[in-house]
Write a protein that binds this ligand. Sequence first.
Ligand code: ZN
Length: 93
Amino acid sequence: MGIKLTWYDSDKVSFHCPGCGYQHPVRVKATAEPVWKWNQSMEEPTFWPSIMVNRDDPASRCHSFVVNGKIQFLKDSYHNLKGQTVEIPDAED
Ligand SMILES: [Zn+2]
């Protein structure tokens, strides 16, 4: 199983979202608010609470739970993976 996260700035880790086609950074160090809980795993990450990208725009909103290296896309996401659970792709070198 591969590494699924990359560090982004000094306080965030990011994963590639196959629904949006770009990286979603998640703040996991308490340099500012909000801060997500993270299980410290780069291979099977879990974050809490859910991750919401573009909250105010239903046409580009991406809403998911990331649990054990899988993304559970919620039905208020805009893309065609909404309602599905997919594995996070391995991070690129
Ligand atoms: Zn996304």
